[in-house]
Write a protein that binds this ligand. Sequence first.
Ligand code: GAR
Length: 210
Amino acid sequence: SKRIVVLISGSGSNLQAILDQTRTGQINGSIVAVISNRPDAYGLTRAEQAGVDARLLDHKQFADRESFDQALVELIDSYSPDLVVLAGFMRILTPELVRHYHGRLFNIHPSLLPKYKGLNTHQRALDAGDEAHGCSVHFVTEELDGGPVIVQASVPIAADETADSLQQRVHALEHRIYPLAVEWFCLNRLALTDTGVTLDGEPLPITGFQ
Ligand code: GAR
């Protein structure tokens, strides 16, 4: 059974979705710690309520990104995780940290990557007049939001769509695909190679989820 550390900055609804599936046994692993860079992150409360170590590492207490990330690596590694999951962790990571967790660091991003890396993804999809929008789980590499995609889910954009309504529908999809990717990892079904990522040896991403 795998050891999972989850990093958050906010509500932690994706954390909750993964936590729930570790509890039902759908995911062959357990969350051993939740780490937030923000003291007010509701996800810390979710962790406490589940009896999981909830740790605060406030980036404002550090002089620069390098020293924060060094402390973060130390804290994460004190839990000996097999997998580190970014779930609404709103910090850019140093290349050193990313390399340290090569092949065992996941992120979820609210767009159909490679579209709309960065912020304000829902509004940008609307402004572009896109027919569909969605979310992606990917391995983290040194390129921001640019690592190989594991699984994506999409929703059609309706005529009267707003950034808010789109955000809500995409969020609901995130709660389905993030636990799924974690489940695959915990069964050793994923592989990250020089040419991309595979599930049971077949090239990914899977994009069929609606
Ligand atoms: C999610 O929508 C996630 O995709 C996004 O933050 C939200 C966190 O929600 N992540 C990013 O924008 C990463 N750049 P949650 O705290 O309820 O899981």
